[in-house]
Design a protein around this ligand. Structure first.
Ligand SMILES: [Zn+2]
Length: 228
């Protein structure tokens, strides 16, 4: 079992999906999605200059709202998470990060926060998810509804890692549901694909990513395992 793979069982045959670091250059364009992009964002690596530049990616309303909602380090953390998300969406949508429109309200059908979407002024639209624990933030950007879930082991050792898989997987699946389909009967034209995200062991968590994709018999690399 690779040292980076917190999973056992079938997961031992599956390499966790790579999640390279978020690039901080807002002019970087990264529109290649096939169909999923994962990024990690480690807040402690940010210099004061990085933080100042990131704040510029937020809208004035976001800066005011987030500053009012949570003061101190937690407020700063939320600001950085939101700014990093905007930066990445700007790169993916080929748009000014501050001009991206985020739809992250609750689902009008069931009230749950699932199927978060972002649109560019030019009308491009992508699905996104974000999850974090302390210093580590993971973003997912996808052409399909996507969810991320995080599980924290309740102790050291492999068994604790294995127990953390389930909450991570369930949370990811709950989020990766297209709005409007959440309460309707599911049909066989859609499937959920669940994989793990490669995160460094020092962050002590299991991160799952789930995609709701159109069913194709030959659906690729991402094919869900039948077990578990
Ligand atoms: Zn819903």
């Amino acid at each position: 079992m690779p040292a980076t793979n917190p999973d056992g069982g079938w997961g031992a045959q599956r390499t966790p999906l790579p999640a390279p670091p978020l690039g901080l250059d807002p002019t970087q364009r990264d529109g290649e999605l096939d169909p999923l992009a994962l990024r990690t964002f480690v807040l402690s690596t940010l210099s004061p200059e990085d933080r100042r530049a990131l704040r510029e990616r937020l809208t004035p309303e976001e800066r005011a709202r987030l500053a009012a909602e949570t003061a101190g380090p937690e407020g700063e953390r939320l600001l950085m998470i939101r700014a990093g998300l905007r930066l990445l969406l700007g790169q993916m949508l080929d748009a000014d990060p501050g001009a991206v429109v985020l739809d992250d309200g609750p689902c009008p059908h069931c009230g749950r926060p699932h199927d978060l979407t972002a649109s560019s002024p030019a009308g491009r639209r992508l699905h996104y998810a974000a999850v974090g624990r302390g210093d580590l933030i993971v973003y997912a950007i996808c052409r399909f509804p996507v969810g991320l879930g995080l599980g924290v082991p309740d102790g050291p050792g492999r068994q604790a890692w294995l127990r953390a898989r389930r909450p991570a997987r369930l949370a990811a699946r709950r989020q990766a549901v297209a709005r409007g389909l959440c309460s309707a009967p599911r049909d066989s034209s859609l499937e959920h694909i669940v994989r793990y995200v490669d995160t460094a062991p020092e962050y002590d968590c299991v991160v799952s990513v789930a995609l709701e994709v159109p069913y194709r018999p030959d659906n690729p690399v991402f094919r869900d395992p039948p077990t578990d």
